[in-house]
Design a protein around this ligand. Structure first.
Ligand code: SAH
Length: 382
């Protein structure tokens, strides 16, 4: 939020004006916020240590912050967390939460523990406007962007519900922006939230351990490299434009070649690679010739490929590829020297797997108008 908008909100004396959500600010934002109130900039890191380091959201407990400031913060700001609408634990240890936001909309967040790490899959929008043909989030359309606070609150909730303590082992070691929504179409809020994930006074995660997954919004990938170059995952799913246009309609705007050139530039000359996600759809994109075309298409791109067995949902017309087909596809990529993994499906019993995150909308009333307005904004931005 720019400083002038910020002070306008600080000066806002309307009795029913909503309180400022302190989770909406990354460190720079908090410094601006405190400075605008005539406070010292170090209050920003002090507050972040309480909120993210210690999980404290009650101003009264923030004992190194003077009483008058505590009272001031309590009067016109809030640390807003979602309600837990559902908390499902899978037999394999994965956990899926349905969080209810202030406006009644619900979003999903998934925790996947593995032997050497714990990954949190975070949502960036309520619904999604990209309409990928194999994705269950697409079936519900787009409702709205999440605020920075609503994105980082998913991490806060997971960390605290899992019982991670500041001196104990880390439970959330990795974050993937791979839940509901297209993170690069909610650019500013996602960047601020990721900055909090990376900040030593936030969750102190390394850039390697925060991954943003995109369907391929080319201009925003270029911008991301400048602003916050976390690990990049790209949902490719097809080796040619005709098929990809069908599966990921955004491809009509940013076709494969342009996307791959942008990915190459994103990682540059170093050791980093882009992860390409490829959902295995029986009889659609899983033949030997698709695999060979994929090898060709990724030539010269520092790539890793993640084969994701398709996770079906009630209204889909697709089916998951047979295991033997996935193995064969894997072999072809592997033999061509492409680092490939087949993602094990986790949390199947609680519908927590990739592409099954549904959330729930409360307010559908002006959805169409909002979608149109949003597209216009995007067109404008490009
Ligand atoms: N919009 C972003 C992030 C959300 S989707 C993106 O497109 O990357 C996260 C991942 O789940 C993507 O790779 C997506 O293609 C995959 N996915 C979506 N639906 C799926 C399904 N039904 N089965 C398996 N993977 C799916």
């Amino acid at each position: 939020m720019p400083a002038d908008a910020l002070s306008a909100r600080c000066l806002d004396t309307m009795p029913d004006s909503p309180k400022i959500n302190l989770l909406d600010f990354d460190r720079d934002g908090l410094v601006e916020f405190f400075t605008a109130r005539g406070e010292k900039p170090f209050r920003a890191t002090q507050l972040m240590k309480w909120i993210y380091g210690m999980g404290v959201t009650d101003f009264e407990s923030m004992t190194n912050i003077g009483k008058p400031l505590r009272a001031g913060l309590a009067a016109d700001t809030a640390i807003r967390l979602p309600e837990i609408a559902e908390d499902n634990q899978s037999e394999d240890g994965s956990r899926k939460w349905l969080f209810r936001l202030d406006d009644g909309n619900c979003i999903e967040t998934v925790y996947i523990p593995e032997t050497d790490r714990g990954t949190l899959c975070v949502s960036s929008q309520v619904g999604c406007m990209l309409n990928c043909s194999f994705c269950s989030t697409a079936t519900q359309g787009f409702n709205r962007n999440l605020s920075t606070g609503e994105i980082i609150a998913q991490v806060w909730m997971a960390v605290n519900l899992l019982g991670q303590t500041s001196d104990g082992p880390r439970l959330v070691t990795n974050v993937v922006m791979m839940g509901m929504g297209e993170p690069l179409l909610n650019y500013d809020n996602v960047i601020s939230a990721m900055r909090i994930m990376l900040d030593d006074f936030g969750y102190g995660l390394s850039k390697r351990r925060v991954t943003l997954s995109t369907a391929g919004v080319v201009p925003a990938i270029k911008q991301l490299r400048e602003d916050c170059d976390v690990s990049l995952a790209v949902s490719l799913h097809a080796p040619d434009d005709a098929l990809r246009n069908e599966l990921v309609p955004l491809n009509r705007k940013y076709p494969i070649r342009e996307l791959l050139d942008t990915c190459k530039a994103y990682v540059g000359e170093g050791r980093r690679r882009v992860t390409f996600e490829y959902v295995m759809l029986a009889g659609v994109n899983d033949s030997d010739s698709h695999a060979r075309a994929l090898v060709k298409c990724l030539r010269g791109v520092p790539a890793k490929v993640n084969l994701i067995p398709f996770n079906p949902f009630p209204t889909t017309c697709y089916q998951r590829s047979e295991e033997s087909r996935i193995d064969r596809f894997f072999e072809i990529l592997n033999r061509a020297g492409i680092v490939t993994i087949t993602r094990r499906t986790r949390g199947d019993d609680i519908d927590a797997a990739c592409g099954q995150l549904a959330g729930r909308f409360q307010d559908r009333t002006r959805r169409r108008e909002r979608v149109i307005a949003n597209f216009q904004v995007q067109e404008h931005a490009n």
